[in-house]
Design a protein around this ligand. Structure first.
Ligand SMILES: *[C@@H]1O[C@H](CO)[C@@H](O)[C@H](O)[C@H]1NC(C)=O
Ligand SMILES: *[C@@H]1O[C@H](CO)[C@@H](O)[C@H](O)[C@H]1NC(C)=O
Ligand SMILES: *[C@@H]1O[C@H](CO)[C@@H](O)[C@H](O)[C@H]1NC(C)=O
Ligand SMILES: *[C@@H]1O[C@H](CO)[C@@H](O)[C@H](O)[C@H]1NC(C)=O
Ligand SMILES: *[C@@H]1O[C@H](CO)[C@@H](O)[C@H](O)[C@H]1NC(C)=O
Ligand SMILES: *[C@@H]1O[C@H](CO)[C@@H](O)[C@H](O)[C@H]1NC(C)=O
Ligand SMILES: *[C@@H]1O[C@H](CO)[C@@H](O)[C@H](O)[C@H]1NC(C)=O
Length: 567
């Protein structure tokens, strides 16, 4: 739906920087049109260039050519204006000479605009505007923005690193995009924005938490999935995990061993949580006996060296008696190969972090990894990306700007093999401890709720054999159903947003539930998660619950959410 006639650039002039939408309500007037002149010389921002890319018509598509981070075409879009904003900032701290990044905007037609703005997060180390995930919030009516993080790369590429780009990836690109995006949105529609939201998973989760710690006024509500918040510890941990796999050739875990592990975990741990339902609901409480599958018959067993590798990966990573990172949960095994790599072709994340971001030594090999990486990583703290300023969460809770205090709905799949779910609980605990004057669980639940999702993998999906309910319109979930094969589902299914048959229904849709909480003071007591069959009929439903509650079976059909309550 690309219209060349619309493609034009407007460079804005002058030098008055307004630091937030609340301080600059434009006069109410009709919305402007999706043309470059709408943005010319009106908003006064230094270093900001606005380009109108195209006008998408109802049920249309958008795809940005040359986008390495998010090359996919996104479909089923409502009518909207596609805008790219380029920002350069020569005065940004702490690393000069300059901050330089772009962000994209999807601006729905004025009649469909819900008067709100949504900032969408990125994924892993990707450089590129996350247009695919931006395709979800526009259906609710959000003006939706997302930054390219200041570089161009696919998600597993860390070689773009320069000091300035690291800081842009770390936090500057998100912050500047939110500030400028709010101004441009209010300008375009000729009305003030009522609410600002955030949605992101993984790196996207980190970015949201980091921005909340940076600027308490950025958002009114945030949907945070499986956040990669602890960059300085997560990165050495996944290298250490790969090291365990690589260093002992006899102990390597291949597909066969991982399948044996997953099956054995299910048979030992499923019933231990009280229900035999193909979901390991309490992996932490499973008393798993790996000797049951340790023998010399590779068709049904692991060798003792292989068992040792698995034990290491489940275990916490401690250095000199200090916790560096929690290990992975029982039940997450089938996602581990993402980090394993192999000797000859070390692709993906493995050791690039130590090689390029910490040691700046292109000769660094996996064999060079030592536990020293943990303290080196803490010292370098690349781009100050780590979202560990827990005390700074207080002002988000108590701030007076905006309608109400900020709310956070965070979730993490308990079968996540890419980011340990315990890291989210750690974040929740540490925020509670650091939120002065509001440091009990009840106080926390008033503004920040954390939902564990048994059986869900990283951000979305589940082991298809077990089909745990995982779909609740979490960040990026609707998009993934359209883009990735799941249960062999082809062609792509779903509406591109929300939950099939329950569109915009806050009982099933976590974003709709968050909006009810922020705007109508209706706390999120539970969200019903759904599992689908290959034909996209509903396989089963089950509530996910705010910590410390867990879904508890009462009576009736075990595959129906109505038979469960949060307790
Ligand atoms: C530019 O950087 C300065 C200094 O960090 C900051 O105050 C300002 O908000 C930034 N401007 C934009 C457009 O990001
Ligand atoms: C979603 O539901 C809310 C609350 O009922 C309503 O205000 C809003 O208009 C709905 N949005 C859409 C796109 O259906
Ligand atoms: C990601 O980009 C890097 C650098 O260009 C390239 O080596 C690698 O093959 C790419 N990976 C994927 C999965 O496309
Ligand atoms: C790595 O070292 C080179 C050469 O000294 C330097 O130019 C570059 O900025 C360094 N990179 C990082 C990420 O510090
Ligand atoms: C890596 O493997 C070598 C050879 O088996 C062994 O000597 C060494 O102790 C291992 N390194 C670590 C840190 O476990
Ligand atoms: C979080 O706090 C709870 C309650 O104190 C505790 O049981 C749990 O072990 C803590 N978990 C983590 C990961 O810090
Ligand atoms: C649910 O999915 C599982 C695993 O794919 C399958 O074995 C089961 O038959 C399905 N149940 C229903 C009720 O569709």
């Amino acid at each position: 739906m690309f219209s060349p006639a619309l493609r034009a650039t407007a460079t804005t002039l002058l030098a008055l920087f307004v630091s937030g939408v609340h301080s600059a309500p434009p006069q109410t007037r009709a919305a402007l049109s999706c043309t470059s002149s709408s943005f010319t010389n009106v908003v006064t921002l230094p270093g900001v260039t606005v380009t109108i890319e195209s006008a998408v018509t109802k049920s249309g598509t958008y795809q940005e050519s040359g986008n390495l981070g998010f090359p996919q075409q996104i479909d089923l879009l409502p009518s909207l204006c596609v805008v790219i904003v380029k920002v350069t900032n020569t005065s940004d701290v702490p690393i000069k000479p300059q901050s330089s990044y772009r962000f994209g905007m999807f601006l729905p037609t004025a009649a469909k605009w819900n008067n709100k703005i949504m900032t969408v997060g990125s994924a892993s180390f990707a450089g590129g505007i996350n247009w695919p995930d931006m395709g979800e919030p526009v259906h609710y009516g959000f003006a939706t923005i997302s930054t390219d993080n200041g570089h161009s790369s696919n998600g597993s590429d860390l070689s773009w690193v320069t000091p300035a780009r690291l800081y842009d990836w770390g936090y500057r690109a998100v912050h500047g995009s939110v500030v400028v995006g709010k101004l441009l949105t209010a300008h375009y529609y000729g009305k003030d924005i009522t609410y600002s939201y955030y949605s992101g998973c993984s790196t996207g989760g980190r970015q949201g938490l980091r921005e909340i710690q940076n600027d308490a006024n950025a958002f009114d509500g945030a949907l945070i999935g499986a956040p990669a918040w602890d960059t300085v510890h997560l990165m050495p941990w996944i290298s250490k995990m790969a090291y365990y796999q690589l260093n002992n050739t006899n102990g390597r875990l291949g597909t066969d061993q991982l399948n044996i592990l997953v099956s054995e975990v299910l048979s030992q741990c499923d019933f231990q949580d009280g229900q035999t339902d193909r979901v390991v609901s309490k992996p932490e409480q499973c008393n798993f006996d790996i000797s049951q599958i340790t023998c010399s018959d590779p068709s049904r067993c692991l060798s003792s060296a292989q068992a040792q590798t698995a034990m290491h990966i489940w275990g916490d990573y401690t250095v000199n008696g200090r916790l560096a990172s929690h290990g992975f949960t029982i039940g997450s095994e089938d996602q581990w190969p993402v980090y394993f790599g192999d000797d000859s072709t070390l692709t993906g994340f493995d050791f690039s972090y130590e090689r390029l971001w910490i040691n700046n030594n292109s000769a660094y090999k996996w064999q060079d990894y030592t536990d020293q990486a943990v303290s080196d990583s803490e010292t370098v703290n690349p781009g100050q990306a780590t979202a560990n300023r827990f005390a700074d969460m207080s002002s988000y809770r108590t701030r007076s700007v905006g309608k109400k205090g900020g709310k956070i709905l965070m979730y993490h799949g308990l079968a996540d093999g890419l980011i340990p779910p315990k890291a989210s609980l750690q974040f929740y605990n540490q925020t509670m401890a650091a939120t002065s004057g509001a440091d009990t669980l009840d106080d926390m639940r008033a503004w920040f709720r954390y939902f564990e999702v048994p059986g869900m993998q990283h951000c979305f999906f589940t082991n298809a054999r077990f089909n745990a309910p995982w779909y609740f319109a979490g960040s990026g979930q609707a998009t993934q159903l359209r883009l990735l094969p799941y249960l062999g589902i082809r062609p792509a299914r779903g509406d591109g947003w929300s939950v099939p048959n329950h569109l915009n229904d806050s009982s099933y849709d976590a974003l709709a539930a968050l909006m009810q909480w922020v705007e109508n003071d209706k706390p999120v007591e539970k969200v019903i998660a759904t599992a689908f069959n290959a034909d996209f009929t509903v396989n089963r439903t089950r509530p996910i619950c705010p910590y410390p509650q867990v879904a508890t079976y009462g009576s009736g059909n075990i595959n129906d959410a109505a038979s469960w309550r949060c307790a």
